[in-house]
Write a protein of this length. Structure first.
Lengths: 115, 115
């Protein structure tokens, strides 16, 4: 079965500093990987995805993610953190076969950006 | 979130009572999913549907059933609610895709408390 792991429950970073939220994956075949963000009392919102192509994927709100096949990682990054980036972040991977796809989520990482 | 609504938003129910949560979409998407969110577990898939009357179990389906008689509605029923089913429930929809490449759009969630 496909899976993703988010090794950090919480990440703290100062406003203006670069941020990284880590995700590693375990899949058979080519991975389809996603990042979502959840603000308090809201549903999850799509940030970006890796399907194929360039290893550096750009997404919403200035976020980007780097796909690294040799390290089986898909870390979320932003060059300069904002206080408003404080939220819960989830990594996800596609599982299943044609016609029955679903996504498996990691346990989430809480990002806290300090002013 | 645009195109997908969940009802009710909040519910308190007693142990042993049946409960039905509703997910309604206006996007005409084929795929619909029910997840629960719990601290330390992230999002876990309960059931999903890839078409009218086509449903399948996820990783935490015990105690839950679903029905999809119309494209736009996906109902989640707790047959006899237990305290362990206290959680936040999210519905998600996804566009039809042969490769599962589109990701999800999430509803705003239903906070269920079983007392």
């Amino acid at each position: 079965a496909q899976s993703v792991a988010q090794p950090e429950d919480q990440v703290n970073v100062a406003e203006g500093n670069p941020l990284t939220v880590k995700c590693t994956y375990s899949v058979s075949g080519n991975p389809y990987l996603f990042w979502y963000v959840q603000y308090p009392n809201r549903g999850l919102q799509f940030l970006l995805k890796y399907i194929t192509g360039d290893n550096l994927v750009k997404g919403s709100y200035g976020f980007e993610a780097e796909f690294n096949k040799s390290q089986t990682s898909f870390h979320l990054k932003k060059p300069s953190a904002l206080v408003s980036d404080s939220a819960l972040y989830f990594c996800a991977v596609r599982e299943g076969h044609s016609g029955t796809y679903k996504y498996i989520f990691g346990t989430g990482t809480r990002l806290k950006v300090l002013a | 979130d645009a195109g997908i609504t969940q009802s009710p938003r909040h519910k308190v129910t007693e142990t042993g009572t049946p409960v039905t949560l509703r997910c309604h979409q206006t996007e005409n998407h084929r795929y619909m999913y029910w997840y629960r969110q719990d601290p330390g577990h992230g999002l876990r898939l309960i059931h999903y549907s890839y078409g009218v009357k086509d449903t399948d179990k996820g990783e935490v389906s015990d105690g839950y059933s679903v029905s999809r008689s119309k494209t736009e509605d996906f109902l989640l029923t707790l047959e006899s609610a237990t305290s362990s089913q206290t959680s936040v429930y999210f519905c998600a929809i996804s566009e039809t895709g042969d490769r599962g490449e589109y990701g999800y759009t999430f509803g705003s969630g239903t906070r269920l408390t079983v007392v």
